[in-house]
Design a protein around this ligand. Sequence first.
Ligand code: ZN
Length: 373
Amino acid sequence: MTTEVVKSHLVVAQNASGRNMNVPIYRMKGARPGPTVYIQSSIHGAEVQGNVVIYHLIQRLKNMDICGEIILVPNCNPIGTNIKAGEYTLGRFDPVNGTNWNRGYFYDKGSVETFANTVTPEESIAGIKQRFRQHLSNAINEKLAEPWGLGLAQQLNLKLQQLAVNADYVLDLHNGPVSTRHIYIPEYAKDSAALFNIPHCIFIPNIFAGALDEATFCPWWTLREHVKSRLDRDVSFDVEAFTLEMGSQEVINFSEGAIDAASIISYLNAKGAFYQCDVKPESMQRIGVNLRDYKTLFTDWGGMVEYLAKPGHAITKGQPLAQILNIDDLDNNNGSKLLNAPCDLIPILHFPSASVLSGTQLYKVFTNYYSIT
Ligand code: ZN
């Protein structure tokens, strides 16, 4: 059994020379019906590991019996990947307008509620899904045709969002600065946490902050809640979206990429994306946290640090997170000091550089975390 890969390119921007900048789209369609899946990587240009995950996915999927369609868009931000400053990639922000590349997706709560009022008690789930997708697609097109124009990042985001609009399952592949594997999961899809091989799970509410996962799940979640309150009818659309953070930015690691590809296949298999596939999630310890307990530790000092607490390794209150070097006190007892954990926590990621200005996001950590069974 081999599945054909159909490759095309979509123009997402133009550089100052007037040349088109495009992204590759790989489509793999099975003979059997099934869900539509959309996977993209590197919307943040320094977060390149997702591209090697997509490489492994395509190589494996070619020899698998797909039900439905899988759409893969690696290196989906051709601008961000190329913004270098010395040795580093400054891939997080649109350099023209300063906006985060992952904050310009589209969601209009009012428009979802207007649509929800057109749903009848008899309408089938499939019928609602089809109409709603058209509604969302029209809204994105309308936004793209905005007569006053849109910023660079938002144009890119909306073109990508349009590619994902028919998907049942959307995976946005990211990396942290120096980071361990973790995943953002909408609360209504919490059971899916155990389908990925990712040990750290952040559960997020129905709140839109501009990212692709939120722009995908907020409309369906809001529609479901609105139909429930208006018609007392519980409709489950089984549309899910996740942001996967697969280790550190500025790194390509082929063997780690194979692990994440297997994890994604395990999730998609549980969602019916393959015929006769025996890939299952691994039995492993999974730790959950609610978004409000995923804390950022900012510095109120500047200096140079050694990061003592390693991402993924729990530490208890009072244990050292970092050792700080004070340049003006190298000759006395204040030459260095420890920064200790304010409570029991699991560091998930830390700033990638040893030199730190005041107000830096030094660590992001799980607090009040719990084990997922
Ligand atoms: Zn990112």
